[in-house]
Design a protein around this ligand. Structure first.
Ligand code: FAD
Length: 260
């Protein structure tokens, strides 16, 4: 029985996002919230592992109270438990305290054999959080993974590298980050959704984790966003081949006997 966690983040649907022309910040208020797309692939990779090996899947998110629906959606897809890490102390976190708080939550929940994350989010896309969690917990890690299997006592992770597939054998406990479109995620079912709403989710706050307020949320964030600029789409000018390029093309065609 593997103890599996999947870290998911609720993000604004990238199709709905606009940039406020005055403040130059993302205008999230009009956007529909969705589960970060690579996290849906991470959940599917976890479900495939559970289908084969058995186990229990806990989905975890750090976010505002409204992120509970994202957890319930994941439970509707087959996760067993949902944990919402929410507290005003966690607000405004950059990737350092986000990783620290999520790692501390995993520790508070007794640790996991494997933690799945998405490769990156569609709203901040740093790709820091998965490796950050692994470092804080001292777990082994593999990034940009497509598929995970288990051959006791190791996980076998497949990752695409340019033009080839790399297969890694990693020990327990481990963190893997899963690529977008790594698999075809199953849909939520009505039965599982009803079960999820009946079961509900569990809230974890800082009174549970007891983290130093100076190390979490905005106070614990070393990053300062000084400015943000929007850039216009580059104008695409059609490339006109010069006479030299045409000469080269013609000589290649003649060489290959395509034209005489
Ligand atoms: C100075 C500063 C202030 C910020 N203030 C805010 C703010 O007030 N409000 C705000 O919404 N954002 C804020 N952000 C953005 C916030 O830091 C990031 O969204 C967050 O740290 C996660 O980073 P990321 O989205 O790049 O995740 P990535 O590293 O790209 O995510 C990789 C994977 O990690 C997991 N993951 C990431 N975030 C979470 C999460 N919260 N819960 C569970 N799993 C997760 C997912 O599996 C995800 O696929 C701020 C950023 C900075 C730099």
């Amino acid at each position: 029985m593997l103890k599996i966690a999947v870290m998911i983040k609720q993000v604004p649907d990238s199709q709905d996002i606009t940039i406020d022309p005055v403040t130059k910040t993302l205008n999230r208020s009009q956007a529909r919230n969705v589960v970060n797309p690579p996290d849906v692939n991470a959940l599917e990779a976890a479900l495939l592992l559970k289908d084969k090996e058995g186990g229990e899947i806990t989905v975890i998110t750090m976010g505002p109270p409204m992120a509970d629906v994202a957890l319930l959606e994941c439970m509707g897809r087959g996760a067993d438990k949902g944990i919402l890490v929410t507290d005003r102390f966690f607000a405004g976190a950059d990737t350092w305290p986000t990783s620290y708080t999520l790692a501390s939550t995993a520790d508070y929940l007794g640790g996991f054999d494997i933690i799945f994350c998405g490769e990156e989010t569609t709203d901040s896309s740093t790709g820091h959080v998965g490796p950050g969690i692994a470092e804080f917990l001292g777990y082994q890690q593999a990034t940009y993974v497509n598929k995970v299997e288990y051959e006791e006592p190791f996980f076998i992770a497949e990752r695409d590298i340019e033009g080839a597939t790399e297969t890694l054998r990693i020990g327990k406990p481990a963190v893997v980050t899963i690529t977008l479109n790594a698999n075809a995620p199953r849909n939520p079912t009505l039965k599982k959704k009803i079960e999820a709403y009946k079961k509900g989710i569990t809230i974890v706050a800082n009174k549970d984790l007891k983290l130093d307020p100076a190390c979490i949320g905005l106070k614990g964030s070393p990053t300062i966003v000084k400015d943000m600029k929007t850039v216009a789409d580059p104008v695409k000018t059609p490339v006109k081949p010069g006479i030299e390029e045409l000469d080269k093309v013609i000589s290649v065609l003649v060489e290959r006997g395509i034209v005489k």
